[in-house]
Design a binder for this molecule. Sequence first.
Ligand code: 5GP
Length: 122
Amino acid sequence: MSYDPNNIFAKILRGEIPCDRVHENDHALAFRDINPQTPVHVLVIPKGAYADLTDFAANAPADEIEGFVRALGETAQMLGITDGGYRALTNIGEHGLQEVPHFHVHLFGGQPLGRMIKPPGK
Ligand code: 5GP
């Protein structure tokens, strides 16, 4: 997938749209989802322009990958969800129902989360 610089998360990174920031480092930004699905629902995004996990894994330099993964763990710690447990999830492409074409990982927590996958229609 080619990167669309006008996607909503690119606008958040450029400061054109506000966000409820939770954490930030040199390579990543974490902010609350505008439509939370669980009591804690935060999005962690790289500051670089990557469309999805496949793009990020193939093209991000090592320092950006490290910064992003560290931000994931630090954000979970800051949110207080590590003791109870949580879910980190990234949607990719059409089958993954990815809506925003800037790589992001959802952090869900604050309650028991149920099964990971519920097949459509069940
Ligand atoms: P996806 O389906 O791409 O994995 O998830 C995109 C997520 O971005 C959704 O959970 C949606 O609620 C969230 N989202 C969409 N627009 C905005 C926005 O402008 N601000 C914030 N904070 N979250 C957004």
